[in-house]
Design a protein around this ligand. Structure first.
Ligand SMILES: C[S@@+](CC[C@H](N)C(=O)[O-])C[C@H]1O[C@@H](n2cnc3c(N)ncnc32)[C@H](O)[C@@H]1O
Length: 333
C-alpha cells in the first residue's frame, strides 16, 4: 500500500488526507455493525477530542500520564542512551509534552530528528512548532496521518538510525489483531539493532481501573471525550445521534483484561447514519464502545512484540503504579 505525499508544508508532511472517505469509511461502518458497535480511536481525535484528552490527563484519578511523566523525569537520560538513533519517530504523539523530556536528552547525545505521527493536524502542528523552537539542535518533521501511513513513510524514507516510540499506553487502545498489524509494520521500518520503545499499563483489577477511566465527581473530561465520537459521526456522516440519549461509562472486562469506554443508550433508539448508508437499532442499555484499553502483563507484552522479531532490552517500571516503559531491539531478520 502506498500513501501519496499530497502536500508538504514547512515542517508537516500530509501523508494522505485523514478525511479521505475510502477505505476508512468502510472501517467505521464495519465497526458500527459489530457486536458491540465499536468506533476506532482515530475518529475521536479532532482538535476538540484532543483538547478533551488533555483534560483527561489532568484528572486527579488518571494516573497514566502522571506515572509515565515520572518515569521519564527519572530515567530519560538512560532511555535516550539506550534508544540510540538519530531519528526518533513517535506514534500518536499528541501534545508530546512527555516526549520532550526524552528529546532533551537525545539532542544532548547526538543531532536528532523527531518525526511525530498523529491524525490531529492542529495538535501535530503546534507540538512540532513548540519543540522545534524550544529545543536547540532538534529537527522536527511532523507526519500527519494514521499510524500505518506514517510507518509506510518511514519505510520508504530511510536515513539515520531510527527508533520508534509509542507512549501514553496508546498501544493498548488497539485490539490484538490491530496490534499485531502495527508491530509487523514497525518491524518492517526498523533495521536490525534499532529500537522500539512502548509504554504499557499493567493489569491492576477492577477497582483501580474503573476509578481511573471514569470521571471523578465534579469533572466531565471522559464524558466529553466519549460523547465527541457521536458529534464526529453527526458532523462527518450526517448521523442523528442525540448526545443526551447516551450515558458515558467505562467498565473493566476481567476476562479480556481491558477497560472498555462505552456510551450506553438510555432508552431504545434508532439512529440513522446516512453517510454510511446505515441504520442502527439500539435497545435500551445497548452500548457503543468508544475506547478500548488493554491491560498487559509483562510476559504477554514481551511475547506479543517478540513474535515480530524483537528482543526485550530494558524496562523502566513503576511497580507501585503498575506501569512501565519497555525497550525492544529489532533482531536480525
Ligand atoms: C491517548 S492519546 C496519547 C497522546 C500522547 N502520546 C500522550 O502520551 O499524551 C493518542 C494520540 O494518538 C493519536 N492517534 C490515535 N489513533 C491514531 C492513529 N490510528 N493514527 C495516528 N494517530 C492516532 C491521537 O490523535 C492522540 O494524539
Amino acid at each position: 500500500m502506498t500513501f501519496p505525499e499530497s502536500e508538504t508544508r514547512a515542517d508537516v508532511v500530509r501523508l494522505a488526507d485523514p478525511d479521505d472517505v475510502v477505505p476508512e469509511d468502510s472501517v467505521v461502518r464495519d465497526n458500527l455493525r459489530g457486536t458491540p458497535p465499536r468506533l476506532p480511536p482515530w475518529l475521536g481525535y479532532d482538535a476538540v477530542g484532543s483538547r478533551f484528552f488533555e483534560q483527561i490527563t489532568e484528572l486527579p484519578t488518571y494516573y497514566l500520564t502522571r506515572v509515565e511523566r515520572g518515569l521519564l523525569e527519572r530515567h530519560a537520560s538512560e532511555i535516550a542512551e539506550a534508544l540510540g538513533g538519530g531519528r526518533i519517530a513517535e506514534l500518536g504523539s499528541g501534545s508530546a509534552k512527555k516526549t520532550r523530556l526524552l528529546l532533551e536528552n537525545c539532542v544532548r547525545l547526538r543531532p536528532t530528528t523527531y518525526l511525530p505521527i498523529d491524525v490531529d493536524e492542529s495538535m501535530l502542528r503546534s507540538s512540532a512548532a513548540t519543540l522545534r523552537s524550544e529545543l536547540d539542535g532538534l529537527a522536527v518533521t511532523g507526519l500527519w496521518g494514521r499510524y500505518e501511513a506514517g510507518l509506510e513513510w518511514l519505510r520508504t524514507h530511510p536515513g539515520e538510525p531510527l527508533a520508534v516510540v509509542f507512549l501514553g499506553s496508546s498501544f493498548g487502545n488497539a485490539t490484538r489483531e490491530e496490534r499485531d498489524g502495527l508491530i509487523g509494520e514497525i518491524a518492517r521500518c526498523l533495521r536490525p539493532g534499532e529500537s522500539f520503545l512502548v509504554s504499557a499499563d499493567l493489569d491492576k483489577g477492577r477497582e483501580a481501573l474503573e476509578t481511573c477511566y471514569n470521571d471523578p465527581p465534579g469533572h466531565s473530561a471522559f464524558a466529553d471525550f466519549r460523547l465527541n465520537y457521536l458529534t464526529r459521526l453527526n458532523d462527518r456522516y450526517g448521523a442523528d445521534f442525540v448526545l443526551d440519549d447516551f450515558v458515558p461509562k467505562a467498565w473493566y472486562n476481567a476476562e479480556a483484561s481491558t477497560v472498555e469506554g462505552c456510551l450506553h443508550a438510555r432508552a431504545e433508539r434508532t439512529v440513522h447514519v446516512p453517510g454510511l448508508d446505515l441504520t442502527l437499532h439500539l435497545p435500551r442499555g445497548r452500548f457503543l464502545n468508544v475506547g478500548y484499553s488493554v491491560k498487559f502483563d509483562e510476559q504477554g507484552l514481551a511475547d506479543e512484540v517478540g513474535a515480530h522479531g524483537f528482543t526485550p532490552r530494558a524496562r523502566w517500571v513503576d511497580s507501585e503504579a503498575g506501569y512501565g516503559l519497555f525497550l525492544f531491539r529489532r533482531d536480525q531478520s
